[in-house]
Design a protein around this ligand. Structure first.
Ligand code: SAM
Length: 284
């Protein structure tokens, strides 16, 4: 097994293959063995889909622990390196593709049909939120997501109502998954070091959401509106967001019926309250 946690090994592979780190692809490779082990253990022993294997550092740890690993990588320049670093594993396959565009339902069916699957990734920073949104919203047959991301995004996901980090992302993730912090990771654990610290979150997909909106579109529309203009009262923010059928009078009536202060701001409403408001608006 290549010791890719050793920076000298990483740099000598760069020299050997003429590889240069691409900032545009979010290429910051992880070199902390204890974090790599923790991610592999959390991802589990069955099937693992990895996003962005880079030089194959995390891939190797996943392959030691899981039955099968499929890694999707966008940067072609990494393929010759991966052939070398992952050559010894017969339970790993690497596919070329953009995780935002690839047909994930078909890939999961072809590669893991019937097998329990987790996603593990040291995410490219430039598309952290779109990837999380895609993986959760598409309701794919995935048990857990074990994801390294910027600490700031992790804080937003874990935030509680009324705190500065609480936002639409906190509620979106809460609806689909049960999120917890696995480990905090300082920027020095990567090569090259990014500008910000990171954290690994485990998002366990929920079988059933914690609330039951009659219309998910309206529910998420109200959430987006509630946080888009944080200074506005929720009544004004929701009624000026262009949501079909949502009027100022209707929202005020919903708040009154649900015994919520009419001057409330969207940033203090809980997921339960957003759902109650959305359902009230539909029924009345
Ligand atoms: N897994 C490696 C590690 O932990 O050291 C590399 C992680 S690096 C932060 C992100 C990786 O994602 C890079 O290999 C990058 O080329 C790849 N990547 C960037 N955008 C991607 C995309 N849209 N689809 C798939 N892979 C992508």
């Amino acid at each position: 097994m290549y010791d890719l946690t050793n920076r000298k090994v990483v740099y000598s592979l760069c020299d050997e293959f003429g590889f240069r780190f691409k900032k545009a692809f979010g290429q910051n490779f992880l070199t902390d063995a204890s974090v790599l082990r923790a991610i592999a253990e959390a991802a589990g022993e069955h099937g693992v889909l990895e996003i962005g294997p880079g030089f194959g550092t995390l891939t190797g740890y996943l392959a030691e622990n899981a039955e099968k690993v499929v890694a999707v990588e966008l940067d072609r320049a990494l393929f010759p390196v991966l052939e070398k670093t992952l050559g010894e594993y017969d339970n790993v396959s690497v596919r070329e593709g953009d995780v935002m565009k690839i047909d994930l339902p078909t890939l999961l069916k072809e590669e893991f049909d019937g097998q329990e699957v987790s996603v593990a990734a040291n995410l490219p920073y430039y598309i952290t939120t779109p990837i999380i949104t895609r993986l959760l919203e598409e309701k794919l047959p995935i048990r857990a997501l074990v994801l390294m991301m910027q600490k700031e995004v992790a804080d937003r996901i874990l935030a509680d109502p009324g705190t500065k980090d609480y936002g639409a992302l906190s509620l979106f993730v809460r609806y689909y998954a049960d999120a917890s912090l696995l480990v905090s990771v300082p920027k020095e654990s990567f090569v090259p070091a990014p500008k910000v610290d990171s954290a690994v979150l485990v998002l366990m997909r929920r079988e059933v959401p914690p609330v039951s909106p009659i219309d998910e579109k309206l529910f998420f529309g109200l959430i987006r509106a509630g946080f888009a203009q944080r200074r506005k009262t929720f009544v004004n923010a929701a009624s000026s967001a262009g949501l079909p059928g949502v009027t100022k009078e209707g929202v005020a009536k919903a708040l009154c019926a649900l015994e919520i202060d009419e001057k409330v701001r969207g940033e203090v409403l809980s997921i339960e309250q957003y759902c109650e408001i959305a359902n009230f608006l539909l029924k009345n």
